[in-house]
Design a protein around this ligand. Structure first.
Ligand code: UDP
Ligand code: MG
Length: 314
């Protein structure tokens, strides 16, 4: 088989039939299989997927999760079952035009040294100003503190050669930050620009709070430098307070100046108390992630599958 397309779907009842149709028209001449993942949708997404499967059994497979595990888990599930020469990921909301799949495949076919093609969104429609600022800060910060490189605007809309798919699946960590994993595995990635279309129906699952959580998770997942930053801040404030102590001693004992203690004491206590809580918080984030990983729970749980044979299992 030449191409697998993985489509994570969470509450996409109004979109997946249209997307299926577009994909069918676009991939007409190619040997392909679409792998839809129903990630705990609360609407009729699964019913629609069943209909699509019944209509187009040769090209459609469905994995139905037992609950919502998140887009990263859905992508991981799809990649685990991918068997084609090329594997792509596309959103289920029609924001990413399937015509780019052909562009990505052409690029991979023509360039032996390129292993992965990722679509970069330079002109995201209707994005709020605050989102742009937050995203800019996130990319600058994470690139500063992480050894893994993150390209601004690079989406999950991408295509991998088979060996890259295998490498990604071989990382079976529970808390998955796919954007980081796609880069961490290495290989040669080429970036192509594309234009994001408006959502066909429904609303985005990633509001500002979710994006903030996602970004925070990414930072903790792909760098341990926040721990070191906490250590440095502790070190700097200790040195600062020691210098201040010396100055106070000189002022009172040698120069005889009456140093007003109360306001500076309160400031120092509050500042150091805050710093300590931040440091404990950062430490707690890493400890909790370690705790969750040690449980070795599966990334997702499947309720049922459509179109898979028994030997397709992971
Ligand atoms: N998605 C998913 N599980 C989730 C959230 C989202 O499978 O918990 C899917 C969603 O159905 C869509 C894709 O991930 O196909 C991207 O989500 P969304 O459109 O909400 O994000 P945005 O495009 O706004 O970044
Ligand atoms: Mg979307």
């Amino acid at each position: 088989m030449k191409l697998n397309v993985i489509i994570p779907c969470h509450n996409e009842e109004g979109n997946i039939k249209i997307l299926h149709q577009k994909l069918t028209e676009t991939l007409n001449d190619i040997d392909y299989v679409l792998i839809f993942i129903n990630d705990g949708s609360k609407d009729k997404t699964y019913d629609k997927l069943k209909e699509i499967y019944e209509e187009d059994k040769n090209h459609v497979k469905v994995i139905n999760f037992s609950r919502n595990f998140g887009k990263d888990a859905a992508m991981y599930a799809g990649l685990s079952y991918a068997k084609a020469k090329y594997t792509a990921i596309i959103d289920g909301d029609c924001q990413q035009n399937p015509k780019y799949l052909l562009e990505m495949m052409k690029y991979l076919e023509e360039n032996d040294d390129v292993d992965q093609v990722a679509m970069v969104n330079k002109t995201r429609n209707k994005e709020k100003f605050i989102n742009k600022i937050l995203k800019g800060c996130f990319y600058s910060f994470i690139n500063l503190i992480s050894d893994t490189k993150f390209v601004k605007g690079a989406s999950d809309f991408r295509m991998f050669k088979e060996h890259v798919t295998k490498a990604i699946v071989s990382l079976n960590e529970n808390n998955r930050f796919s954007k980081g994993i796609f880069s961490w595995v290495g290989f040669n990635t080429h970036y192509l620009e594309y234009k994001v279309e408006n959502r066909n129906s429904g609303k985005s699952n990633f509001n500002v709070t979710n994006q903030f959580k996602y970004a925070f998770n990414g930072i903790i997942n792909f760098s341990v430098k926040p721990l070191r930053i906490a250590t440095y801040i502790g070190l700097i404030s200790s040195i600062g307070s020691f210098i201040y102590l010396i100055i106070t001693l000189i002022q009172t004992l040698i120069m005889g100046i009456d140093v007003p203690g109360y306001p500076s004491l309160i400031c120092a206590i509050l500042f150091l108390g805050g710093m300590q809580l931040i440091a404990i918080g950062i430490l707690g984030e890493y400890v909790s992630k370690t705790y969750l990983e040690t449980k070795k729970r599966p990334v997702y749980i499947t309720k049922n599958k459509l179109g898979f044979n028994d030997d397709d299992i992971l």
